[in-house]
Design a protein around this ligand. Structure first.
Ligand SMILES: Cc1cc2nc3c(=O)[nH]c(=O)nc-3n(C[C@H](O)[C@H](O)[C@H](O)COP(=O)(O)OP(=O)(O)OC[C@H]3O[C@@H](n4cnc5c(N)ncnc54)[C@H](O)[C@@H]3O)c2cc1C
Length: 363
């Protein structure tokens, strides 16, 4: 049995920040991640981050991952297990971890779940043809492995991810035939949309993919205009000669572990799906279990780092090791309020009001 004070599942920006905050308070911490390098989503993000300067805006995602991982290496309080998957959390606070083909029992006094988010998919005829990818997979192929996914791409989704990945495809010499977006407006930042428009990529709002065609792989795609009920309008079809259809249609929190633990969950569409009920310290309805980052509701890397820090300090306080927790909590809350301010933060604010209760209920 491996023993640690705190176990953190997930080494994305949230998990790394949680581990660093807890270690700063002198908490012995084990962080487990199923990837080969720390950083979660950041390892494939070659673009400079938007968001807050305090949370590394202007730095490339991949460099933020290196920065956080570097700090982690300098912290003797933290042990890091890569290529390790948390399978479940059982009685007596035992986390079961699969590593190098073996199951390891890890006893922890507190747990932070920072498992991130998973890509959503779309239902349409032909969506099982090779050549239909999620945007995360396209980023991994191009930015991690240096492999082009194809030659001509139809992007589905004009949120920030769809716009950024389209631009990265163009930089890699791939033709982007169009970006289609079901909503009546472009969800991503104008700065990303303008870059595409300057390069003559059409962005078709109120359009979606109707069908993918091909024998062994995608050879063509049909898109059509949709009405306000999102139903396709016959006669508005447009054909695109593409070999890749890239789906950037949103993310859902990865919450399997939280369900298995028995944390109380709630469906909050504004946060991407089911998320755990928690208090303002990221403490779930299981008092020793905390949540952080996209697993607590899909936001951004900047807020993932801050909720991670908050969860790390709160877990340390739960273990009696963060005497100045109140001032640290206020500092994190101020940073979160700033990141969630304004019209772009409205959706998240609405979602949080449905899920953050002032007191966590202890099971
Ligand atoms: C194309 C794109 C561009 C973006 N650009 C920006 C930007 O400019 N600015 C910004 O602020 N945000 C940006 N984001 C969002 C940002 O990347 C995410 O919000 C952030 O990575 C979430 O951090 P996280 O730590 O919660 O999760 P993740 O980064 O997803 O990390 C979760 C980690 O947990 C691991 N894991 C999951 N389950 C288990 C398990 N059972 N056992 C072990 N490990 C597990 C995963 O493998 C992963 O490594 C972008 C996202 C994308 C896809």
């Amino acid at each position: 049995m491996f023993r640690t004070e705190l176990a953190v599942v997930g080494a994305g920006p949230a998990g790394l920040s949680a581990a660093l905050a807890a270690a700063e308070c002198g908490v012995a911490t084990l962080i487990v991640d199923n990837g080969s390098t720390p950083g979660g989503q950041l390892v494939k993000q070659t673009h400079k981050f938007f968001g807050s300067k305090a949370e590394h805006a202007g730095t490339r995602g991949i460099d933020i991952a290196r920065l956080l991982a570097g700090e982690l290496q300098r912290s003797p309080q933290v042990e890091y297990w890569s290529e390790s998957t948390a399978l479940g959390y059982y009685e007596d606070q035992v986390l079961l971890v699969e590593r190098e083909g073996r199951a390891h029992a890890v006893h922890c006094d507190a747990l932070v779940v920072a498992t991130g988010a998973a890509e959503r998919y779309l239902v349409f005829p032909g969506n099982d043809l090779p050549g239909v990818y999620g945007a995360g997979a396209v980023q991994t192929l191009m930015n991690v492995h240096g492999v082009k996914p194809g030659e001509r791409v139809l992007m589905v989704g004009a949120g920030n991810i769809g716009l950024i990945v389209s631009y990265q495809l163009l930089q890699a010499g791939v033709h982007v035939a169009a970006v289609v977006e079901a909503a009546r407006y472009i969800g991503g930042y104008a700065v990303h949309a303008s870059k595409l428009r300057r390069l003559s990529v059409p962005i078709l709002t109120s359009h979606t993919v109707k069908e993918a065609h091909g024998h062994e792989q995608v050879e063509r795609a049909t898109v059509w205009r949709i009405d306000e009920t999102f139903a396709g309008i016959p006669g508005t079809e447009i054909e695109f000669d593409v070999d890749v259809i890239c789906l950037a249609v949103g993310l859902s929190p990865v919450t399997d572990l939280l369900w298995q633990i028995g944390c109380k969950m709630r469906y909050v569409p504004e946060l991407g799906g089911h998320v755990p009920i928690r208090n303002e310290n990221m403490q779930t309805t299981r008092s020793e279990v905390f949540v952080a980052g996209d697993a607590s509701g899909v936001e951004e890397g900047s807020s993932a780092m801050v909720t991670g820090r908050l969860a790390g300090y709160a877990a340390a306080a739960h273990l009696g090791k963060c005497p100045d927790f109140e001032s640290k909590r206020r500092e994190c809350q101020r940073a979160l309020d700033a990141l969630r301010a304004g019209p772009s933060g409205q959706k998240v604010r609405t979602g949080l009001s449905a899920v953050v209760s002032m007191e966590a209920v202890t099971c």
